[in-house]
Design a protein around this ligand. Sequence first.
Ligand SMILES: [Zn+2]
Ligand SMILES: [Zn+2]
Length: 413
Amino acid sequence: MPAQQSELADGAGAPLAGAVQMRACVLREPGRPVSVEDVLLEPPRRGEVMVHVAAAGVCHSDVHLADGMLGASRWPMVLGHEGAGVVEAVGPGVDGLAPGDHVAFCFVPSCGVCSACRAGRRTLCKPAGDNGVAGTLLDGSSRLTAADGTVLQHGLMVACFAERAVVPAAGAIPIPRDVPLWQAALLGCGVVTGIGAVRNAANVRIGDSVCVIGCGGVGLQVIAGARLAGAATIIAVDRREDKLEHAVRRCATHAIDASRAGADPIAEIHAIASGGVDYAFEVVGAAATIRTAWDALAPGGTAIVVGLAPQGIEVSLPAIEFLSEKSIKGSYYGSADPAQAFPGLLELVRSGRLELGDVVSDLIELEDIEAAFGRLRRGEGARSVVIIDAGLAGASPGARPGAGSSTGGSDDR
Ligand SMILES: [Zn+2]
Ligand SMILES: [Zn+2]
């Protein structure tokens, strides 16, 4: 369905030239349910593209934003930062993208020239990070306006819980047309984050032992990455039986239910891995689970904190254990160049060695996002994917994930 050219005026009475009117999921203020509103989206400017969004994944970071846990001044905002769609319009100065191209979003459109980028740490790109936090595009301004004239922030420079998104060209990564867009929607956050943590932050080698604490949408990708890297022992830890069953289907070799009466995950990990694991991945973002990751390590092991902790959380560690050369490090968005990782990950998908659809527990509509946030707050399910254009996405809201797809999951949920 084509977006309407807007006849609406902005708050000051001036028309927004060429803006399209569309539906979008807006965070007005934390602590209140998000709302689906008609908003205006201006056309792409220099170096930007407009994407017709097909599908978008619902991530715990969206919930943190909606709950006001990532700092003040992050609203009003159009949410959504992992998704896929089809390029609809291209601004001046954009090379390598044309209308009709299938793309997945990358929420760190790195500049390539700041000191972090030059050092090869593109996820730490300063202009991308600063504007991502500010809710603007790379020129420091927004293309999004509410019907009442309020300027809206672009969620993590993507804002794809909407029918259209204008993003920097570096934030729209071309993908092959044979990957269904409802699955490609997961690439740009959960998949790159989880698999990149294994490959780039940890450097897991054949035969290593790992544990993964937290088996939601990203934790399941860490498990997939550990399997691809050749880890011999993959211990999944969670408080929900259904997530642990899912982890075992993803080739976790052991599952520990931390909610069980008398459960002692650290002792169980040490028993399974004969004295601790080489790598412990924390994919929750809480002080207690970060400490569990540390305690799970063998001497010389490394804890990788992937989970996004709310502001203000602090962790304490027994400092004497640095004598045993244990270490702990953070991993943001896969710790390398996310855009560079997309093609190889997609080849794994096409060859059947990486499943995307099997982490999807719910296919939903824009209006259902608040309910999906509720499931994430309660720790239920894996990934919800918002189907914004069923025709483009290759799946319909409410349909059983995997139906009609060659790479979909086969399990019943
Ligand atoms: Zn995310
Ligand atoms: Zn940079």
